[in-house]
Ligand binder design. Structure first.
Ligand SMILES: [Zn+2]
Length: 435
């Protein structure tokens, strides 16, 4: 009896706080999106951000509550501050292709610029948008500030683009669901039946993999049939450039299997056909490749080998900000990505500088640090034996991962490790306004 009462009181409290949050949201925002296009420019040691355009888009797919969490993932963050009250009303983190380029040798020789976009609910009154760059685990430097007046005549009113959309799965209304916009890349008009089938398969890869499987009833998937003039994607190594919807190509930063698109504004134009929280670009190719950048997009080849594992792995990057847990003993072009003297922000790797902010509390009593790898074959495949194993984030020394294997380490792993799983779960709960 008492338990039942407690449950109903807590249910009432949750309803009450949800209502307060929803009211907080509607005091500041409408149910449309404010999209701000930005140019990130610089070289390996300098970063500048410039305002390009501001758009008002038809749908808002994110949560209808004020987001003001202290810690956000990503090398960058944006903050929206209500000008009249100086109150922080929205904050989220993100990564960019520009940041990855900054770690390449080309960035030591030339300056380049990259497209990027931030998206938040459209404000009712003037807001200040601040773009910050992370300079340490919890240190930030402001790169840009701009005031956005919702009455500004030059805010572009963008109706949803006229592209065919098929709903693959609709579980809940968009504010209470994770909405994934799956966009066709390299499919001609005649190939759209194939695209819809392959988009449904992509959704089923995610929904059959934990922890997405346990939350499948909180996911909506839309297939956006953006047509390409040419089939397939561009392959610079073969001097074959195609005219495709999103302009993607292999050989990003001269890395053979790295398939990305630098045309971020085009991607956002097409994604705005639906309310969305995450973008998944599906490339019409059977060659292994893809990438995932946090709160930016994931891209995968539709029929590559180990397509299911790669699909989930790349979404781990773009959706939950998970780091790669793999490394090579002999070093790697990316092994300068992390400094071992700073704690990385990614939840699933640590340099031990701020291990207290990672999975320290979850370690079983008596766990040796660092933890020696099991010697048997089965133990080496374990995705559940929690410890502090050396080797992760492209480095064999000085960076540690939670378990011997994980979906973020190899395609042979049977699941995410518990730390990655928890990070994915937290992002799902955040976007679906769940407890
Ligand atoms: Zn992991």
């Amino acid at each position: 009896m008492i338990n039942k009462r407690l449950i109903s009181i807590s249910a009432l409290l949750i309803c009450f706080f949800s209502l307060v949050e929803a009211q907080g949201f509607s005091n500041f925002f409408t149910d449309q999106s404010c999209r701000v296009d930005l140019t990130f420019a610089g070289n390996h040691s300098s970063t500048e951000v410039f305002l390009d355009k501001v758009h008002r888009e038809s749908f808002w797919g994110g949560p209808k509550r004020l987001l003001t969490e202290d810690f956000v993932a990503g090398d960058f963050r944006f903050q929206v501050i209500d000008s009249a009250s100086n109150k922080l009303i929205y904050r989220d983190g993100f990564n960019t292709l520009f940041r990855e380029w900054q770690t390449t040798s080309e960035a030591t020789r030339i300056n380049r610029s990259f497209e990027n976009t931030v998206l938040f609910p459209f404000p009712l009154a003037t807001v200040e948008l601040r773009i910050d760059k992370r300079t340490g685990y919890d240190k930030w430097e402001q790169l840009m500030s701009v005031f956005i007046n919702p009455g500004d005549l030059l805010i572009r009113q963008r109706p949803a683009p006229r592209v065919p959309v098929k709903v693959i799965r609709m579980s809940a209304e968009p504010h209470l669901a994770v909405d994934v916009a799956i966009i066709a890349e390299g499919y001609t008009k005649k190939e759209m039946k194939l695209f819809y089938r392959e988009a449904a398969r992509l959704a089923s890869y995610l929904c059959s993999h934990e922890p997405f499987m346990s939350y499948a009833n909180k996911f909506n998937f839309y297939a956006i049939a953006a047509p390409s003039d040419d089939p397939d994607v561009s392959r610079p190594e073969e001097h074959r450039w195609k005219n495709t919807a999103l302009g993607s190509h292999y050989y990003t930063f001269y890395s053979p299997r790295y398939l990305t698109s630098p045309e971020h504004y085009r991607i956002r134009d097409i994604a705005s056909a639906v309310p969305y929280d995450a973008i998944y670009i599906l490339a019409n190719t059977d060659e292994y490749g893809g990438g995932g950048i946090y709160n930016f997009y994931a891209l995968t080849s539709a029929r590559g080998r180990t397509a299911r594992e790669v699909t989930v792995h790349e979404f781990g990057h773009s959706f939950a900000g998970l780091a790669d847990e793999y490394f090579y003993e002999q070093g790697d072009v990316l092994d300068g990505t992390y400094s071992t003297s700073e704690e990385p922000w990614e939840p699933n790797i640590t340099t031990m500088v701020r291990f207290d902010t990672k999975w320290l509390a979850a370690l079983p009593d008596g766990t040796e640090i660092p933890t020696a790898l099991p010697e048997d074959e089965e133990g080496l495949k374990s995705t559940s034996k929690l410890g502090v194993y050396e080797g992760a984030g492209y480095k064999s020394k000085g960076i540690y991962r939670p378990t011997p294997d994980c979906r973020m380490k190899t395609n042979a792993a049977d699941s995410f490790c518990p730390v990655c799983s928890e990070a994915v779960k937290q992002r799902i709960l955040m976007l679906t306004q769940s407890e």
